[in-house]
Design a protein around this ligand. Structure first.
Ligand code: 2BA
Length: 109
C-alpha cells in the first residue's frame, strides 16, 4: 500500500476531490501553507493499493493547473541613498507536488 501526499492549489481542489471520490478513492484534505509564498494551499492524503498509484496521479494531473504568482522578493535590492526596495518576482506554482510513500501498516480500528 502507498500513501500519496499531494500539495495542490486551493482553486483546483474541489474538482480534484470530486474526481477522486467518483473513482472510489478515499481522501483526507488538510489546509496547509507554502513555506515560500506563505500563502494557503491544500494537502491531500490518499491511501491506495500499489496498482492504483498511477490512476491517482493521472486524476491529479487532469485537475491541477500551473499558475504564475507574484511574490515580493525576500531579499530587497538596494535603491538610491541606501534605501532597500522590495521588488516583485514571478514564480510558477504547481500544478501539484506529489510524494508517494510506502505504508508499513494500515489499520482501521
Ligand atoms: P511554496 O513553498 O509557497 O512555493 C510556491 C512556489 O514558489 C513553488 O511552486 C516554487 O515555484 C517557488 N519556490 C518555492 N521555494 C522556492 C525557493 N526557495 N526559491 C525560489 N522559488 C521557490 P511549487 O514547486 O509548485 O510548490 C508549490 C507548493 O508545494 C509549495 O508552496 C510548498 O507548499 C509545496 N512543496 C513544493 N515542494 C516541496 C517539497 N520539496 N517539500 C515540501 N513541500 C513542497
Amino acid at each position: 500500500m502507498k500513501l500519496i501526499i499531494a500539495i495542490v492549489h486551493d482553486e483546483d481542489v474541489h474538482h480534484l476531490i470530486d474526481d477522486l471520490t467518483k473513482d472510489k478513492f478515499m481522501v483526507t484534505k488538510l489546509a496547509t501553507t507554502g513555506g515560500f509564498l506563505k500563502a494557503g494551499n491544500t494537502t491531500l492524503l490518499i491511501g491506495v493499493e500499489d496498482d492504483k498509484v498511477d490512476r491517482v496521479i493521472e486524476i491529479i494531473k487532469n485537475n491541477c493547473e500551473t499558475r504564475n504568482q507574484m511574490v515580493t522578493s525576500p531579499t530587497p535590492i538596494s535603491g538610491a541613498a541606501g534605501v532597500f526596495i522590495p521588488y516583485p518576482i514571478e514564480v510558477k506554482v504547481g500544478g501539484a507536488t506529489i510524494f508517494v510513500v510506502d505504508i508499513e501498516k494500515h489499520l482501521k480500528l
